[in-house]
Design a protein around this ligand. Structure first.
Ligand code: 6GU
Length: 253
């Protein structure tokens, strides 16, 4: 999958993407990355990429022309007019794992890191397919948000993770938070690994983990469970949770 990022801080984006799973995918070639710096496409001798807002007010606004030139260059590089173009802005729709999954099925994604004072609306009208936020708080620029999108999408692209199974069992893939994990040693500071995980009974382990996932979601993120329909076995777990009141907060049973 091809990714382009439009940013006035290309070094920041480049450095962050050299590490970990995404870095490995880039070196292996399962994803490609191009960076576009609006400053290189500035139209005046001062290399301006922002200017004061018409109508007055604080802050600066990103100019349409340098951004438009970046998008045109990206379309040329990607060799398609149909490059999905996303503006990162707190005004956008909130990112979710469903959106991430949709993006991971595209051939190319162009992420534009805006600055929070804003981007000239005429650029948005003519070049942007959708606006995206990563949550209800304000960052000083869209770069970190673009990295969040890139990381979450890239790890779903085939060839990126060593073990593709780990995306089908993880948080949110089935609408539940993850169950707790344990590794060696069996005893740590007086705490033991739950006995059932040492039993070697895969069926029992699966059931226990699923119950833990439901319990955690119930306690921590009940909003994820509204409108969820339960299988018969799950219903039993949910009923026991709704009967135990605040006693459900303790994670070990
Ligand atoms: Cl996409 N940009 C900025 N500047 N702040 C944000 C954001 C994006 N998402 C949440 N906060």
């Amino acid at each position: 999958m091809w990714f382009g990022v439009v940013t006035i801080f290309p070094d920041l984006v480049q450095a962050a993407l050299e590490e970990g799973v995404v870095g490995r995918a880039l070196r292996a070639g399962s994803i490609q990355l191009e960076l576009y710096n609006p400053r290189e496409y500035a139209q005046d001798s001062f290399k301006s990429v922002d200017d004061r807002p018409y109508g007055g007010g604080p802050g600066m606004v990103m100019m349409a022309e340098p951004l438009a030139e970046c998008v045109k260059q990206a379309r040329t590089d990607f060799e398609s007019e149909t490059l999905q173009t996303i503006l990162l802005t707190p005004q956008g729709k909130t990112l979710s794992q469903n959106v991430v999954r949709e993006f991971s099925e595209l051939d190319g994604l162009l992420l534009i890191a805006g600055r929070y004072e804003g981007v000239d609306e005429r650029f948005v009208e003519n070049y942007v397919d959708s606006e995206l936020s990563i949550g209800d708080y304000v960052l000083s620029g869209g770069e970190l948000a673009a990295l969040v999108v890139l990381d979450s999408v890239a790890r779903l692209v085939s060839g990126t993770l060593n073990n593709p199974d780990s995306t089908s069992t993880e948080s949110y893939s089935d609408g539940l938070l993850d169950f707790p994990q344990y590794t060696r040693p069996r005893r740590f500071e007086g705490l033991d690994v739950p006995e059932i995980l040492l039993s070697g009974d895969h069926g029992k382990v699966e059931k226990w983990r699923h119950a833990q996932a439901i319990r955690r979601t119930w306690n921590r993120r009940p909003d994820l469970l509204t409108n969820r329909s339960w299988a018969k076995e799950e219903r039993k777990i949910v009923n026991s949770l709704s009967n135990c009141g605040s006693g459900c907060d303790t994670e070990n049973e």
